[in-house]
Ligand binder design. Structure first.
Ligand SMILES: Cc1cc2nc3c(=O)[nH]c(=O)nc-3n(C[C@H](O)[C@H](O)[C@H](O)COP(=O)(O)OP(=O)(O)OC[C@H]3O[C@@H](n4cnc5c(N)ncnc54)[C@H](O)[C@@H]3O)c2cc1C
Length: 403
């Protein structure tokens, strides 16, 4: 059976789900095919920070990366209120603020920069009496408050998926095949049950999984890179929800530690540790990474007792379009080759920009909605949402109780 759609998206992380919503709102008959649970890989592992790029300005200047992301918190806030280009009502907000805690040695430099005109209105110094309870009585230096938000990513993915649930399908590449020509043009996707799926455009938002598509389709001049991390989850019963970048003596775009806090299904709280700790820990064993994390938290927050906490870590890659220097791209990447678009949002925060770029590219290529049938694809199931790292980590997985 031949089924025609305007757009077939491969990959249901934040990029694919956001794009699916935008395309369907614009009238395209669009479907999404996912090989695992939605968000598997980077999106479900992300810290959920929707930021305006201030951490990229830590080196004391507004870089290209900082500028391209500057207005994103407002964009997402509008969506959360149901007034944006995608309806995110139903997504849980974990925090409406993000803090930046500098080490003693960099305070004067940061004070000067954060007081400068370039960043005015984006960051405030917190007065002692306004310190969050976690820091009260323990800080003798400045704490900065960023106008960023932190989202609960499982609820974000659920909200995005629910609005297009009948158009999102699980596929298994063992019984699915891409029919393509030598120049990388996709003719169709052969699904089980004899369904041949054709579309005006096929869009890859497969994250790290894009590499397998690149191997099959071999588009000229499209390549990807991965940057590895070892993230740490600390599950405990402390009452505090902490959302903070800890800024080291070296002012670089990556804080020495980034902490977000996530509610777990078992009632515990999870502090989720990223930043430089996760980047430099990617080459270490799990035990070594957990030990470093314990030392780092003891050094930065000596008033906290983690004696009953359980510690876990896992490896995960960030997947992006290849850069000459191997560093993080400044913005989203959308590469159009024949009838395929290869897309990487670079950041969760930038998913709206990626979707805008795709819609602009479709318009420029005169790919318009053809009023095709929007009937569901028969015989395929909804894939479900991936389990978050903090709920996937149990005492059996690794780490055990801290000593
Ligand atoms: C640990 C970590 C923390 C992060 N924290 C933040 C943060 O706080 N804020 C921020 O802005 N950004 C953050 N990021 C970056 C952000 O998470 C990613 O840029 C974003 O999630 C990428 O989304 P994606 O949809 O492109 O890819 P992914 O989320 O990786 O999704 C790809 C999807 O495609 C599916 N797939 C793969 N191959 C195939 C195939 N062949 N066929 C069908 N489906 C396929 C996968 O199963 C998956 O569902 C973080 C990244 C990491 C790794």
């Amino acid at each position: 059976m031949l089924i025609e759609k305007d757009i077939v998206i491969l990959g249901g992380g934040i990029a694919g789900l956001w794009l699916l919503n935008r395309l369907r709102n614009a009238g395209y008959a669009a479907v999404l095919l996912e090989r695992a649970a939605l968000g598997t890989g980077q999106s479900i592992a992300s810290q959920g920070m929707i930021h305006g790029g201030m951490k990229y300005a830590l080196s004391g200047a507004l870089t290209g990366a900082a500028q391209s992301i500057a207005n994103m918190p407002q964009h997402w806030q509008a969506c959360l209120q149901g007034k944006g280009d995608v309806d995110l009502r139903g997504t849980n907000l974990l925090s409406d603020a993000y803090y930046m805690l500098p080490r003693q040695s960099v305070r004067s430099r940061l004070n000067a920069f954060f007081g400068s005109k370039a960043v005015r209105g984006k960051i405030d110094a917190v007065e002692t009496e306004d310190l969050p309870a976690f820091f009260k009585g323990h800080l003798n230096g400045p704490l900065y408050r960023l106008h960023d938000i932190v989202l609960d990513v499982p609820s974000l993915l659920t909200t995005l998926a629910n609005t297009a649930k009948n158009h999102i399908y699980q596929i298994n590449w063992d019984n699915t095949r891409i029919n393509h020509s030598a120049d990388g043009t996709v003719q169709s996707i052969a699904l089980p049950n004899g369904i041949e799926l054709r579309a005006q455009r096929f869009i890859s938002t497969c994250g790290e999984g894009t590499e397998a598509l690149l191997q099959i389709l071999r588009p000229a001049k499209v390549a990807m890179q991965i940057r590895p991390l070892q993230m740490v989850v600390v599950k405990h019963k402390l009452p505090h929800s902490l959302h903070v970048h800890c800024v080291s003596d070296q002012l670089t775009a990556t804080p020495e530690l980034t902490v977000t806090t996530h509610p777990c299904k078992d009632g515990a709280k999870a502090w989720y540790l990223g930043g430089e700790l996760a980047e430099s820990g990617a080459s270490l064993g799990k035990d070594a990474q957990v030990q470093r994390s314990k030392s780092k938290l003891a050094e930065l927050f000596p008033w906290c007792d983690f004696s009953t906490a359980s510690w876990h870590s896992f490896y995960i890659n960030r997947a992006e379009a290849k850069q000459a220097d191997g560093k993080r791209p400044d913005n989203v990447s959308v590469h159009s080759v024949g009838n395929v678009l290869y897309c990487w949002p670079t950041k969760l925060t930038l998913a709206p920009n990626m979707a805008n770029t795709v819609l602009d590219a479709l318009k420029a290529q005169a790919v318009l909605p053809l009023q095709l049938s929007d009937a569901p694809l028969p015989g395929l199931e909804f894939p479900g949402i991936a389990v978050s790292p903090w709920d996937a980590m149990t005492d059996e997985t690794q780490g055990g109780s801290s000593a």
